[in-house]
Ligand binder design. Structure first.
Ligand code: RIB
Ligand code: CA
Length: 313
């Protein structure tokens, strides 16, 4: 909520993606979603856009949907089908999308909206290609937006030992975002791995009435099965993307620290790493980012459950 107690206005830039889907539900419930833009990431752009439309249909959202970048700025296109499946949203019986995206100009939509409305939050939950392209084409929006709250990075990786997928997929875009100079909140793996869709938590979703809850519970089960089968000590899928939304709508549930973060572009083994300066120096590099380190997981997951329940009738 803003100081005037009105919902925060935001544009969600996403690559649905199981956890992106949950982020869209939470944002619809607790924020003023000015629009949704899609980017290639978990799956090719046609799939992430199709999935975004399906999720918006399922919650009855009329938010504008604009398709964005089909590939990173420099890196080759690579997806995360090993986590999200070939469709990008495997594991549930989903309805067909009602219609295509409203345009294929996500970047133009971001620029036009941020020029027309002051104080918009950009909330990217996939590779940062669209956000970087918007900032490069329209540097003036950097001073007009309220800030960027992203899911990405961390003190460890998941696509490599050093790099988290969203930053790893398009490191050049990430570097442009981390250097843009405005407010930046980074929900990385350090916090998202503390918000797991355990069987007990998924049961709360399953217990809700309505078709949407059943479908989202199935998606949670698919997503969690992948995580539990790939990690030696996880009890459920790391619910990454809702953290980028909740850090704005429910900041009281999170612990953050202002720190300097830089993106590694050239390391043979570390390309895509978010190097967080954690040294306790009196004279330290100027922080460019609020790094999110901790979450009240039970309360945060209950917000997700309540948001699903709001739309699942
Ligand atoms: O590393 C996790 C991130 O990559 C999440 O945004 C997930 O949806 C995938 O895009
Ligand atoms: Ca995502």
């Amino acid at each position: 909520m803003t100081s005037s107690n009105s919902p925060i206005s935001m544009i969600i830039d996403c690559d649905p993606g199981h956890d992106d889907a949950m982020a869209l539900v939470v944002a619809a419930r607790h924020a003023n979603v000015l629009g949704v833009t899609t980017v290639a990431g978990n799956a090719p752009i046609s799939a992430t856009t199709r999935n975004a439309r399906i999720v918006l249909d399922m919650i009855g959202s009329t938010a504008p949907l604009h398709q964005g970048a089909h590939r990173p700025l420099v890196a080759p296109p690579r997806d995360a089908s090993y986590v999200h499946g070939k469709s990008g949203l495997d594991g549930a019986d989903l309805p067909k999308p009602s219609r295509p995206a409203d345009s294929e100009d996500a970047v133009g939509f971001i620029i036009d909206t941020c020029r027309a409305i002051e104080g918009v939050w950009l909330v990217p939950t996939g590779p940062l290609t669209n956000i970087a392209l918007a900032l490069r084409s329209a540097p003036d929006i950097a001073r007009r937006i309220a800030g960027i709250s992203l899911m990405g990075g961390g003190s460890f990786g998941n696509r490599s030992a050093a790099a988290e997928f969203n930053v790893w997929a398009d490191p050049e875009a990430a570097a442009m975002v981390f250097e843009y100079g405005g407010k930046l909140i980074m929900s990385g793996l350090d916090v998202t791995h503390k918000l797991q869709a355990t069987p007990q938590r998924i049961a709360k979703v399953r217990a809700l009435p309505g078709q949407l809850a059943s479908v989202l519970a199935d998606l949670f089960v698919f997503f969690s099965d992948v995580y539990v089968s790939r990690h030696d000590n996880m009890q459920g899928g790391a619910v990454h993307d809702p953290c980028a939304v909740l850090a704005l709508t429910h900041p009281q549930l999170f612990t953050t620290k202002p720190q300097h973060v830089v993106i590694e572009l050239n390391g043979e083994h570390t390309r895509g790493m978010t190097m967080i300066d954690q040294r306790g120096l009196i004279e330290r590099l100027n922080p460019n980012c609020e790094v999110v380190w901790d979450v009240q997981a039970e309360e945060a997951f209950d917000v997700i459950v309540q948001a699903i329940g709001h739309y699942s009738k």
